[in-house]
Design a protein. Structure first.
Length: 184
């Protein structure tokens, strides 16, 4: 088990500067303040459709996700994190607002994350730990799908009833989890 030395924040799909979206920039700054630890946050290519065929190679080649990396994935980024872990060793994954299907949405279907069965066992074998943040009042994701991800990955579940799709400007609970995991 390698010690995690960095985090990479993979945002949800959308457009605009990710450093100004949701909690991403705030969390990136807070994580970079941890001594001996670093965090990376970059605008993703193909930000609206968030195609698996583009995002996963970008994570490996441009963001340098490796066995010492914690992937923090939100929404589409959570799907990317799990798919990445199916094929690559990473220190851990933190999933925020994760789901298992395209939910009948054509953009989600075009992303490619849902084109084949999830390989939960492979993902679990390639990570030291999984944490999932989910909220029962998420307006986009059914709780049943979030729960399926948590159960399938044996994740440490942080269940809320009032966080929606985790689109606040800050996310102190996330920073606390990262601090705890890098001390283990």
């Amino acid at each position: 088990m390698l010690k995690a030395t960095k985090a990479v924040i993979i945002p949800g799909n959308g457009s605009g500067d990710v450093t100004r979206s949701n909690w991403y920039g705030w969390a990136n700054t807070k994580l970079n303040d941890i001594p001996g630890f670093s965090s990376v946050l970059k605008n993703m290519p193909d930000p609206v459709t968030a195609r698996r065929s583009i995002w996963l190679p970008f994570m490996k080649d441009n963001l340098k996700v490796d066995a010492e990396t914690i992937i923090i994935g939100h929404s589409s980024g959570a799907c990317a994190a799990v798919r990445y872990a199916e094929e690559n060793k990473v220190a851990g994954i933190i999933l925020v607002g994760a789901y298992t299907s395209d939910l009948g949405d054509s953009t989600e279907a075009a992303s490619g994350y849902f084109a084949d069965p999830w390989r939960w066992e492979l993902a679990k074998a390639n990570v030291d730990w999984v944490v999932l943040f989910g909220s029962t009042d998420d307006p986009f994701l059914p709780w049943s799908e979030q729960e399926t991800v948590a159960t399938s990955l044996g994740a440490e579940l942080h269940k809320y009833t009032d966080k929606g799709h985790f689109m606040d400007r800050t996310f102190p609970e996330l920073i606390k989890v990262v601090q705890e995991k890098i001390k283990e």
